[in-house]
Design a protein around this ligand. Structure first.
Ligand code: AMP
Ligand code: ZN
Length: 433
């Protein structure tokens, strides 16, 4: 049942004592990083007596990470780091996250703990349909599955026929997949006339990296004939393995021996009232290369009350219902509207007004960007307009990784609003639930 029973079932007092000890170690380690040496100079107490004392320490934001690029948060000698991961996007400085060998070892153990909790064993065949590379989803699960001893297929996303071939050939039992892609794959399997329950050996799927509803989970479970578990994480903390569902499927256990969670009101920055939705704030408890204190994830959730029937004592958070900033997650890729704007502003011939619409089509996210063309550009030929359209699409693709459909429209034809422009319309039926 348990990968590390002593930790997973630790009594509340034991867990708090461990957290206090690790918070103090983390605080000391953080002071070795240039950013915190500066930020904590006058702010932090020398020693925390209990986890709640962390409240006197300033928050860390994504902007802090960017402005301290590349080494401002590094708390060890560069030569002691063995891996770098980075968020997508090239506008300004990306967030880069460093790991020592010990960091990777602990991260791997966290993933093994998560997967083992849902029933993955060495007999299993694990097909990892998440992207490998700078994105943490692929490699994180990969090493976790290998640590359990499951046969791991590092196939990555895409090429559904090939996915299906591997599933049949090697009797894949466990998937790690984006929720939207899971639904699309399920549709394709149904179209091919394959009976999932009879012809495939799928038992478990891990869905993560983007918000999805309870209804989506149920749909994936029914169509693929398996049990699907919600997986939450972010690169800044390590990647996946921060919070994970157990077989009860009622909220995700935050691994409190590795992260100290708080939920705050994003307006007042005070702790949210008991059980209220707020922004998740995380402090790393065992990271060497890049300890982070009170990191504002911007993800909205709440603590679920009461103990979990599975016996694990680590608190549970609810499904993520949205963000307290304007970040969009499109087919698993993180995009800030500002990145789109900066690309558009760089291209001559375009007007200042634009509209970004995000929709779901065939279970995948679609990005439609309408942008006004400056009146002068309308003197040109149709070919010139088409060339401009291609240029815009290509410039956007190289910035945000996702390929949008670009619509060039006449100047003055997009709605203008008084006050703050409404430039993003998210029409996806997926938040909350
Ligand atoms: P990245 O650092 O690129 O892995 O992106 C991390 C972000 O993805 C998080 O801050 C969340 O906004 C989002 N995310 C990851 N897992 C989930 C999940 N299970 N449900 C909702 N959003 C998620
Ligand atoms: Zn549980």
């Amino acid at each position: 049942m348990y990968w590390e029973p002593a930790v997973e079932l630790a009594e509340a007092d034991t867990l708090r004592a461990l957290q206090t000890e690790r918070l103090n170690t983390t605080l000391a380690a953080a002071r070795r990083a240039p950013h915190y040496a500066q930020a904590l100079r006058n702010a932090a107490p020398a020693r925390l007596e209990r986890p709640e004392d962390l409240g006197s320490i300033p928050f860390t934001t994504k902007d802090d990470l960017r402005s301290s690029f590349p080494y401002g948060f590094l708390a060890v000698d560069r030569r002691d780091t063995v891996r770098l991961h980075s968020s997508s996007g090239t506008t300004g400085n990306p967030t880069v996250v460093f790991h020592t060998a010990a960091d990777l070892d602990r991260w791997t153990d966290l993933l093994a703990r998560c997967m083992y909790m849902t029933g993955v064993r060495r007999e299993d065949v694990f097909q990892n349909l998440m992207s490998y590379g700078l994105f943490t989803g692929g490699l994180g699960f990969h090493y976790g599955a290998e640590r359990i001893g499951a046969l791991t297929i590092p196939i990555g996303p895409g090429n559904s026929q090939r996915q299906l071939w591997f599933m049949r050939q090697f009797e894949t039992s466990v998937l790690h997949i984006l929720p939207n892609y899971a639904l699309r794959l399920a549709g394709l399997i149904a179209e091919s006339g394959i009976d999932c329950r009879r012809e495939l050996r799928l038992r478990i799927a891990f869905l993560g990296a983007e918000p999805h509803t309870e209804q989506m989970r149920r749909l994936v479970e029914e169509t693929l004939g398996l049990r699907a578990y919600n997986s939450y994480g972010l690169s800044e903390m390590c990647g996946p393995g921060v919070a994970f569902e157990c077989t009860e499927q009622r909220g995700m256990h935050v691994w409190e021996d590795a992260f100290y969670p708080e939920i705050i009101d994003p307006e007042t920055l005070e702790p949210a009232a008991e059980g209220e939705v707020g922004e998740l704030v995380l402090t790393t408890l065992s990271r060497e290369a890049m300890p982070l204190l009170r990191y504002r994830t911007r993800d909205l959730t709440r603590f679920l009350p009461g103990p979990c029937p599975c016996g694990r004592t680590h608190r549970r958070i609810d499904r993520i219902t949205g963000r307290s900033d304007d970040m969009l997650i499109i087919n698993g890729v993180n995009i800030f509207p500002m990145q789109i704007e900066q690309v558009l502003l760089r291209i001559p011939g375009l007007g200042a007004n634009y509209l970004v619409v995000v929709r779901t089509e065939g279970h995948m996210d679609r990005l439609d960007i309408s942008v006004e063309v400056a009146p002068s550009a309308f003197g040109g030929t149709l070919e010139e307009l088409e060339a401009l359209q291609r240029r815009v699409a290509e410039a956007l693709r190289s910035e945000i990784v996702v390929t949008p459909t670009v619509h060039l429209v006449e100047a003055g034809s997009l709605p203008t609003t008084e006050g703050k422009a409404q430039r993003v319309r998210d029409e996806r039926p997926r938040q909350g639930g």
